[in-house]
Structure formats: structure tokens, C-alpha cells
Design a protein around this ligand. Structure first.
Ligand code: F6R
Length: 613
């Protein structure tokens, strides 16, 4: 989704801004722009399409400035046009970039038009630029103007403003959209994601909700939501600088698929051995002790979106089967707008790769006001809003995920949720045998994933048969049903082939009507107690002329024939089978997308981090 970069320095900042934007490309966008102040002159350059198009449009005349802001836009209000791209300017003096949505932009627009301001775009953001200009008629302090302006905004914003008459200054405000200040030596920066600034600094201040800040070359002044001046902690980032490189792979997605054994080892390191879970591995950001909370937990509510939601659905099977605790899973955007009941001793678990998903954050906020005993976030980004706002946090350690389609974040979430199952199960009569079996399964999982990745060429070959298809069905049962859902999501996201997932027992209740030779049916078939049931479902498809692609356990006795192509997946422990079977489905969607020639890492219309509702 939208990205922001800003810099105030003694040197020309244009390359810092462009490099920052390039490092944010993975978040998804449709246009880009930059505004620079050079000797009291303001220049704005904007282009639709890639950051490279913007870079190509920059020359010696418009590409100089010691203070600047830049933006990648993912359209919400107003189509994908150059006029709607950020930065937006007012009076040729103020320039603004903005992530989020100003929900009351219509009345603001009317009010500003009545005051004589002319709008040049259809965006909500332009109301910020003119609002600042209007307030600056009565003050000469940009910081105080921004403080006054944000009081009139409803909705979410991470915004940055500059004024060509005070050229060595940026003023930023955060509410519902993340912003991070990067500290340099004699120069300072800011961005919506630390990734943008790693080439120039590793020292960051994460702004909090309601903060407004003034950034100059040598100072950072932060005012909190109560109007008090505050000092915020400086955090040294340990995110890998080169996380933005493809390391020889053709796409980030492929790199991230292959990284899974390695990141899973990291995710398990120091947390689990074949003998059991280590103590105190669920971190806490409040006075609560995680293990005490788990001991009291009688009900688990999981909230997430997209792929993270699928991890949650898988965990429901595990928590109820192995940890003997009731669990429900809900999509964050649904949960936040309905009345729900909170049983006694309920633990809220949010799952998110980015930790900045607007719906998940809103759901957490609501849940904290509704009587949950405690909140745990399972998240990939340390210091993210979700981690900071949850009582307990558990980092998935997947490393930066750049491909829009989530892969390694998902499998590390699943490993984290299996560890949570052990941590809660220990207080709920989980047998020693189950405990040890899950521990062994997790400890041996990275090697099992390596073995599974060796199926790549077989799957690449199989993908050829999909390239002319328009629809597909994914089938699974039990804890493989959410894996089928995730497989379908991956395929539709990056290959644009319509894919639906069903619990295979549901076939005869409707979807069987769709079966014909043009509708490939993908089946995940581990060797578990539901195998025989699944085999009956496979026969139902075969009897109706369906063509199947079955990812089956080596011992499940499926054989390829004219209606069924079988890929044998290494035999594995039942508890980790959902993680193992995720790999072939990721590879399948990747290779299908490759054949179709889609933009694998930045699929159309999608954003990596969904920071607006
Ligand atoms: C799909 C995908 C999305 C995200 C969803 C939630 O590949 O990546 O469905 O899972 O937008 O994002 P996070 O996990 O960052 O909250």
C-alpha cells in the first residue's frame, strides 16, 4: 500500500528518496512522486506506473533539494492519474504526502472551496495541503498548524508536510498509519517503513498514535496526543540491509519460498527442543506473565486477515485437538463491526505479518475494550503497531517478506501457533506423548521442508497444464482445509486464475455441479485419519469427469492415471503436515504465474501492507 519517504539534509536528497521508494515498491502502488525544496523553490514531479518512470522524469532542473518528500500511491480516492499522485501542493508553497484515508474529506473540501481554494485532484489528501495553507494564514509555525489541522481530520493518516518558506524542516503526524523517523548524523529521515531507510540509517524512532513531530537536520521534536512534548525510545534496527535483494532468484516470492527451511530454524531456535518447549518464550510488553495467562485461558479468539487468517483457522484445529481449549477464528474486518460475546478467561490472539494491517489493529483495539483477559500478537515485525499494542507478543522471525504473496510469513506463523498450542496444552491435560510428538515434528520440520522443496521441478512441469484454465477448486479436510484455502488464495493472487477452496465433504452440497475437464481440482491428501473419507471425495470428482492434481503422502497409495496426476509429498508427522503441504501449493501458484507472465512479486491491485480499511 502507499509508501512515504522524507529527508532533511545538507546534501541533495533526491537519490535517497528514490532509493527509499524503490525499497517500498514491494508494498504495491500505482503511481509515485517527489517534492523537493531547493533554494526556497518547490518542485513536484509525479508519474503513474513504476518508480523507475519517476526516476526517468527527474533531471538537473527538477531533481535538486536538501529537503524532500516522496510517495508511492495505491489509489483509494480518485483514479490512477498523475493529478491524483502525491505529493499534493497548495499555494505553490506547501507540499504534502499522506497514507491512509481522510474520511471527512467531502465537507473539508466544500469548506476549503468556499474559502477560495482550487482542487486539482480527486483525492482526500489534497484537503490536507489546503487545510495547512489555510491555518498558516494565522500562524507562522508549521508544527502548530499541523497540530491544529489534524484535529479537523477524521480517519487514518500518516502524513508529512513541508513549507518552502521554512526549507529545513518536515512536520509529520501519525494516526492509524505508521511512520518511523530515521536518525542520521547532521541529517534526518522519515518513512512509513524502516525498510526504506536502511541504506542511510539503522537508528529509528517509531512514532506512536497521535504523535506530531518536527524534524530538522539536527533535531527531532515530538508532541504526543495530549499535546505534551515527549522523548521516544531510539531503536537500533536488526533488519537485514540486503533483505531487499533477490539473491539470484528470479523473484522475491521464489527466494522466500526457498528460505523457509532456514527461517523455520530461526523461528524454533532457543524456543523448542525435542524434549519440550523452553520457558518464557512468549515475550510480554506489560506486567503480565504469559504462562500465567495461558494457565487461566479457557477460550481463544483468533483474529487476522488473508493468509494470516488461514494460519488462524489451522490453529483452531490444533488448539481444540491437542490443547483441549475452545477456539474461534474471525476475519478482523468482520469482527470489528459486530457485537460478539466474550466468554470468561478469553485470550485474544492476533496474527499479522506486517503488524500494521488496519483491520487487525482496529479489532485488537476493540477487543481490548471488551473484556478479554489478555492479548497476544503473533507477528513478523518487531516494533510494529500490533506488537506494541498487545500485552504479549511472539515474533515469527521470518525476516523481511518482500513478495506481496505471503509465503514464509505463513509457515512461520503456523510454527508459532503450534508452539502456542503446546504452551496452552501444557495446562490442559495434553499428554506427554502428544507433547513430545509435536516437539519432534517441529524440530525435524526444517529438514522436511528441504525435502519437500525438491518437488519443484515436478510441480513446474505440472503447472503447464494450468496456464489456459480460468477456474480451479482446492480440496482438503480437517487441518488441511485451511491449507487448501491458502493454496487457492495464492493461485488467485498471483496468477489471476479464479480459485475456490472447499472442505471436500462439502463437494456434494453444491460445488460438484462445477466439475468438468476444464476445472482442475487440486487435492491435499496427507496420510491421516481422514484419508479414506478424502479418497471417497476424489472418486466423486472422478465419476463426474474431473481432472485432479493430488498432493499425497508417499504412503497414501494414490496413483497417477488419465484423470489424476499424483505428486508424492514426503511422509511427515500429522501435526506439521499443514506446514509441509503448504510448500507444493506455493510452488504451484508460483510456476503457474510464471507461465502466465504476471507480475509475481507485485500482483495487480494488491498491496503488501494493508494500512487502510
Ligand atoms: C496474501 C497476503 C494477505 C495478507 C493480509 C494480512 O498473500 O499476504 O492476504 O496475509 O493482507 O496481512 P498481515 O499478515 O500483514 O496482517
Amino acid at each position: 500500500m502507499c509508501g512515504i519517504v522524507g529527508a532533511v539534509a545538507e546534501r541533495n536528497v533526491v537519490q535517497i528518496l528514490l532509493e527509499g521508494l524503490k525499497r517500498l515498491e514491494y508494498r504495491g502502488y500505482d503511481s509515485a512522486g517527489v517534492a523537493l525544496i531547493n533554494n526556497d523553490a518547490l518542485s513536484v514531479v509525479r508519474r503513474i506506473g513504476k518508480v523507475q518512470a519517476l526516476a526517468d522524469a527527474i533531471d538537473d532542473n527538477n531533481g535538486k533539494g536538501t529537503t524532500g518528500i516522496a510517495h508511492t500511491r495505491w489509489a483509494t480516492h480518485g483514479g490512477v492519474t498523475e493529478a491524483n499522485a502525491h505529493p499534493h501542493a497548495s499555494e505553490g508553497r506547501f507540499a504534502v504526502v499522506h497514507n491512509g484515508i481522510i474520511e471527512n474529506h467531502k465537507p473539508l473540501r466544500e469548506m476549503l472551496k468556499a474559502k477560495g481554494y482550487t482542487f486539482n485532484s480527486d483525492t482526500d489528501t489534497e484537503t490536507i495541503a489546503h487545510s495547512i495553507a489555510l491555518i498558516m494564514q494565522t500562524t507562522d509555525d508549521l508544527l502548530s498548524a499541523v497540530q491544529q489541522a489534524v484535529k479537523t481530520f477524521e480517519g487514518a493518516y500518516g502524513t508529512v508536510v513541508m513549507d518552502k518558506t521554512t526549507p529545513n524542516k518536515l512536520v509529520v503526524a501519525r494516526s492509524g498509519s505508521p511512520l518511523v523517523i530515521g536518525l542520521g548524523i547532521g541529517e534526518n529521515f522519515l518513512a512509513s517503513d524502516q525498510m526504506a531507510l536502511l541504506p542511510v540509517t539503522r537508528r529509528f524512532i517509531f512514532l506512536e498514535e497521535g504523535d506530531v513531530a518536527e524534524i530538522t537536520r539536527t533535531s527531532v521534536t515530538i508532541i504526543d496526543s495530549t499535546g505534551e512534548k515527549v522523548e521516544r525510545e531510539i531503536v537500533e534496527s536488526n533488519v537485514e540491509h540486503d533483505a531487499g535483494d533477490k539473491a539470484g532468484y528470479r523473484h522475491y516470492m521464489l527466494k522466500e519460498i526457498y528460505e523457509q527451511p532456514h527461517v523455520l530454524r530461526n523461528a524454533l531456535k532457543g524456543r523448542i527442543t525435542a524434549d519440550g518447549l523452553e520457558d518464557g518464550i512468549f515475550g510480554q510488553s506489560s506486567n503480565e506473565n504469559a504462562d500465567d495467562i495461558f494457565a487461566k485461558t479457557k477460550y481463544v479468539k483468533i483474529i487476522a486477515c488473508g493468509t494470516s487468517y488461514h494460519a488462524g483457522v489451522t490453529a483452531k484445529y490444533w488448539l481444540e485437538q491437542y490443547a483441549n481449549v475452545q477456539c474461534d477464528v474471525e476475519i478482523a474486518s468482520e469482527f470489528r463491526y459486530r457485537k460478539s460475546f466474550v466468554p470468561a478467561n478469553s485470550l485474544l490472539v492476533t496474527i499479522s505479518q506486517s503488524g500494521e494491517t488496519a483491520d487487525t489493529l482496529a479489532a485488537l483495539k476493540l477487543a481490548k475494550e471488551s473484556g478479554y483477559m489478555s492479548s497476544l500478537s503473533i507477528c513478523n515485525v518487531d516494533g510494529s503497531s500490533l506488537v506494541r499494542e498487545s500485552a504479549i507478543s511472539f515474533l515469527t522471525r521470518a525476516g523481511a517478506e518482500i513478495g506481496v504473496a505471503s509465503t514464509k510469513a505463513f509457515t512461520t506463523q503456523l510454527a508459532a501457533l503450534l508452539m502456542l498450542t503446546l504452551a496452552i496444552g501444557k495446562h490442559n491435560n495434553m499428554s506427554e506423548e502428544t507433547n513430545l510428538s509435536i516437539c519432534n515434528a517441529l524440530v525435524t520440520l526444517p529438514a522436511k521442508l528441504e525435502e519437500t522443496l525438491s518437488l519443484a521441478s515436478e510441480i513446474e512441469d505440472l503447472a503447464e497444464e494450468f496456464s489456459d484454465k480460468h477456474h480451479s477448486l482446492f480440496l482438503g479436510r480437517g487441518d488441511q482445509y485451511p491449507i487448501a484455502m491458502e493454496g487457492a488464495l495464492k493461485l488467485k493472487e498471483i496468477s489471476y486464475i479464479h480459485a475456490e477452496a472447499y472442505a471436500s465433504g462439502e463437494l456434494k452440497h453444491g460445488p460438484l455441479a462445477l466439475i468438468d475437464a476444464d476445472m482442475p481440482v487440486i487435492v491435499v491428501a496427507p496420510n491421516n485419519e481422514l484419508l479414506e473419507k478424502l479418497k471417497s471425495n476424489v472418486e466423486e470428482v472422478r465419476a463426474r469427469g474431473g481432472i485432479m492434481y493430488v498432493f499425497a503422502d508417499q504412503e497414501a497409495e494414490f496413483e497417477s492415471d488419465e484423470t489424476m496426476r499424483v505428486v508424492q509429498v514426503p511422509h511427515t508427522y500429522e501435526s506439521v503436515a499443514p506446514i509441509v503441504y503448504t510448500i507444493p501449493l506455493q510452488l504451484l501458484s508460483y510456476y503457474v504465474a510464471l507461465i502466465k507472465g504476471t507480475d509475481v512479486d507485485q500482483p495487480r491491485n494488491l498491496a503488501k501492507s494493508v494500512t487502510v480499511e
